[in-house]
Design a protein around this ligand. Structure first.
Ligand SMILES: *Cc1c(COP(=O)(O)O)cnc(C)c1O
Length: 426
């Protein structure tokens, strides 16, 4: 389902014309489709209907509170990676009993906060982390529910910067080394270990690496049970890829679920999943306005008002995003190749390279597609640019879910100490 489509020559998000949002909020901005987020969530959750499965939205993909609230309303839990995300999830309506806490560097302060907020589970990624958690929990007379993240040493065949399941990556504890850590966890005060978790990377476009990892997990369940550790649930992470370009053909949630059931159904474990990108990537666009078309003897540049500080994926991961004009071009309009770049003073500030585009003129609006995941959350104010606002469309309505800050906000973020202002003439 695609709720971003042209109607009478103009791009719409659901029943709202993109240019109407642009008129109301200015550019650049992110626009999300609530309907697409809901449809993606249902497709994933429905694929596991009839199994004891909980979907914990990996909110680092898009942690706008309205987006988290949308998934909470559908019954989702949350996969979090910081105290901030835990607080944000709870404030958006996610029940603490549906929150898992992942990440390699949880501080003791974050552990204490998570315990007192009553979250479901800590996904522990190292032995020192386990010891710290035992100390924090037992010191408060509490018990932390723990799953240990194993590193299955599987190649996710994705971009190196989003691959997490190889033994040289910082994530998880290599199996079978982790076996001793489970045994240790079973003896530690303040710890109840009953789960295994795994997450081998993001934007996986084949089921084979998932299946290889999940088979290692299934084997580990048997081994640990033989060791006397009662494993009763598995958190199988996120990572299912999405279509970024027209040729991409990632596995469907249904195919993924069928494989998961094949590998895990005989284990009698409750299942957790942590999809992030899958739920939001294609539900978002970044809308930007052409400032200048710059032509040299060698190149044509479309210089737009969005930049790497607003959407860093092309710069950071060489990611491909389709870019389409908001005003529908004629099919037979001539296309010329152009680099779509932002105003930031970095050669790496590109949104799309060498794209065939119809003729563009200043003030034309462009939509960068598939920008709902790892877009706004990674934005910064580099070059003293204002953080990009976010809009959520629901049918014929839209709401600004993160307003654009003002220049006053920008200036007041930093504090000049007295000893620098003393004696200043103004
Ligand atoms: C990032 C992350 C996810 C989500 O990955 P997606 O590719 O966005 O589905 C899930 N679990 C963990 C532990 C993560 O770090």
């Amino acid at each position: 389902m695609d709720l971003f489509a042209y109607r009478d020559g103009r791009l719409f998000v659901e029943d709202v014309a993109v240019e109407d949002i642009a008129r109301a909020v200015g550019t650049p901005f992110y626009a999300y489709s609530a309907g697409m987020m809901q449809a993606q969530y249902r497709a994933f959750a429905d694929a596991f209907s009839g199994t004891d499965a909980t979907v914990c939205y990996a909110m680092k993909a898009n942690s706008n509170r309205a987006v988290v609230a949308l998934f909470a309303q559908l019954g989702a839990g949350a996969d979090t990676v910081s105290e901030g995300e835990i607080r944000l999830a709870i404030s958006a309506g996610v029940p603490p009993q549906k929150i898992v806490f992942s990440g390699v560097g949880k501080t003791k302060q974050e552990m204490a906060a998570a315990l007192s907020l009553g979250i479901l589970q800590f996904n522990v990624e190292s032995e020192p982390e386990l010891l710290a958690l035992s100390e924090v929990a037992s010191g408060r007379g509490m018990t932390a529910q723990v799953a240990i993240r194993i590193n299955p040493d599987v190649d996710a065949a994705t971009h190196a910067k989003i691959s997490t399941g190889k033994k040289e990556n910082k994530f998880g504890i290599p199996w079978p080394q982790a076996r001793a850590v489970f045994a240790q966890a079973a003896r530690l005060p303040g710890i109840k270990v009953s789960g295994i978790t795994v997450h081998i990377g993001s934007q996986l476009t084949s089921l084979a690496p998932f299946e290889a990892a999940f088979r290692i997990v299934a084997g580990a369940v048997q081994t640990l049970r033989d060791d006397g550790i009662a494993i009763d649930h598995l958190d199988l992470g996120g990572g299912l890829g999405v279509q970024y370009r027209s040729g991409d053909n990632p596995p469907s949630p249904a195919d993924y679920a069928a494989m998961v059931k094949r590998v895990t159904s005989n284990l009698g474990c409750r299942l957790f999943f942590e999809p992030g990108r899958l739920l939001v990537a294609n539900a978002g666009i970044l809308v930007t306005r052409l400032i200048y078309l710059k032509e040299t003897e060698h190149k044509r540049f479309a210089i737009v008002d969005a930049a790497m500080n607003d959407l860093i994926r092309p710069t950071l991961y060489d990611a491909h995003h389709e870019v389409v004009p908001v005003k529908e071009p004629d099919d037979d309009a001539p296309r010329r190749r152009v680099d779509i770049v932002g105003p930031v003073c970095e050669t790496g500030d590109v949104l799309a390279l060498d794209r065939p585009m119809p003729d563009l003129i200043a003030d034309d609006l462009l939509a960068v597609r598939s920008a709902g995941a790892y877009g706004a959350v990674m934005a910064s104010s580099y070059n003293a640019r204002l953080l990009v606002p976010e809009v959520l469309v629901n049918g014929a309505d839209f709401a600004v879910i993160r307003p654009r800050p003002t220049y006053e906000d920008l200036l007041s973020a930093d504090v000049i100490p007295d000893w620098l202002t003393a004696g200043r003439s103004t």
